[in-house]
Design a protein around this ligand. Structure first.
Ligand SMILES: *Cc1c(COP(=O)(O)O)cnc(C)c1O
Length: 379
């Protein structure tokens, strides 16, 4: 089956009792045993299994082309579980522009528990190779990355990890498996914040790890999920799986709208620079053209001026909402430097946009108005 079909069908069988097409939400925490002590429905207790979670995990595994998926109550719970599966003394090599919370987790939670991390620019393969240590057990990549929408080479980095005896994990939240297939490029694990494009409507938090093949990593993650109680609720699992059904057409429109806005912003005198790998002169364009089937719905741009001008532009939008996060139907704009604080890598004049599903002309008009209002052009 092709991706669009998998997104609609995976993990779903019509409900046995009612023949309902949309699956029921199973709230029961406990399931009846047969007279022989077996569990004829395949479930015993909701922490170890639930039909909605099972359907979501099956769909996620099918979409990423992995052996199995393990669903978590948030993206950070998924990341936490991957790192928690390591042992004290192990070393993690992570992208220096990975999701802000990933860096915080490594620096503030795991460092003092004996798991050390170093951060490198993964657009530089030489730097990745040089930073590998004998005890490196995990290489954590994320592409395209935040906030500069940079692209790194999944196949090459997964190869460096494999040569060094480490697992590789790719945070594929921004691209989704519609645009980018890390497991096929050699990564061992894919991590998702399903809060973003998978849920797709900014109304459910979740996360997942998809493994390429069965083995120790999968067993460890499954145990952490169950023993640690790191499970999404049945309703959250149901909402996320439902979100997947429209993932393919949503991604196509996010990408088309983002490219159109990137071109518009690139030509605008109030914009100093656009960061979007779909633009031919973007430093990530060649690699993204090879590694991705489209360029995604996230872009950033540097407003002419500084922090004040960027704030003024963000303050003046009317259709685009001022909010963090991404991947929903609504376009969102955000001043990353002030969200991330002192350790941010975002320039003060940078605004990041999650391009939504509104009509692109409305979005362009909104940005044109905001830029005219916000930037003291020519001064
Ligand atoms: C949002 C996000 C996360 C964290 O996920 P939560 O669901 O907020 O816990 C991790 N990585 C990326 C790329 C994200 O965008």
């Amino acid at each position: 089956m092709r991706m669009e079909t998998l997104a609609v069908k995976s993990g779903l069988e019509p409900d046995d009792a009612s023949k309902a097409i949309a699956p029921p939400i199973t709230l029961s925490t406990t399931f009846e045993r047969g007279e022989d002590g077996s569990y004829p429905g395949g479930f015993d207790y909701s922490r170890s299994g639930n039909p909605n979670r099972k359907a979501l995990e099956a769909a996620l595994a099918a979409l990423e082309g992995g052996a199995e998926a393990v669903a978590f109550p948030s993206g950070m719970a998924a990341t936490f579980s991957v790192i928690f599966s390591l042992s004290p003394g192990d070393h993690v090599l992570a992208a220096d522009d990975a999701y802000y919370g990933t860096g915080v987790l490594l620096r503030e939670q795991f460092a003092e528990r004996g798991i050390e991390a170093t951060f490198v620019d993964m657009a530089e393969l030489g730097a990745v190779r040089a930073a590998m240590r004998p005890n490196t057990r995990l290489v954590w990549m994320e592409t395209p990355s935040n906030p500069l929408i940079r692209v790194s080479d999944i196949e090459a980095i997964a190869g460096i990890a494999r040569d060094g005896g480490a697992l590789s994990c790719c945070d594929n939240t921004w691209a989704t498996p519609l645009l980018q297939r890390p497991l096929e490029l050699g990564a061992d694990l894919v991590m998702h914040s399903t809060t973003k494009y998978f849920g797709g409507h900014s109304d459910v938090t979740g996360g997942a790890v998809i493994v390429r093949e069965p083995g120790e990593a999968l067993d460890a993650l499954r145990k952490i999920q169950t023993d640690g109680g790191l499970i999404p609720s049945p309703f959250d699992a149901w909402l996320t799986r439902r979100g997947l059904e429209s993932l393919a057409p949503r991604m196509a429109m996010h990408c088309a709208n983002a490219l159109e806005l990137a071109r518009f912003l690139d030509a605008h005198p109030g914009v100093a620079r656009v960061h979007y790998p779909g633009l031919e002169d973007d430093p990530g364009h060649r690699l993204a053209s090879r590694q991705m089937s489209d360029f995604g719905g996230m872009l950033a741009f540097d407003v002419v001026g500084g922090r004040d001008e960027a704030f003024a532009v963000a303050a003046a939008v009317k259709i685009i909402a001022r909010a963090t996060s991404l991947g929903g139907t609504h376009s969102l704009i955000e001043h990353r430097a002030s969200i991330e604080g002192p350790t941010t890598r975002a320039p003060e004049n940078l605004l990041r946009m999650s391009v939504g599903l509104e009509h692109p002309e409305d979005l362009k008009e909104d940005l044109a108005r905001a830029l005219a209002h916000g930037v003291r052009q020519g001064h």
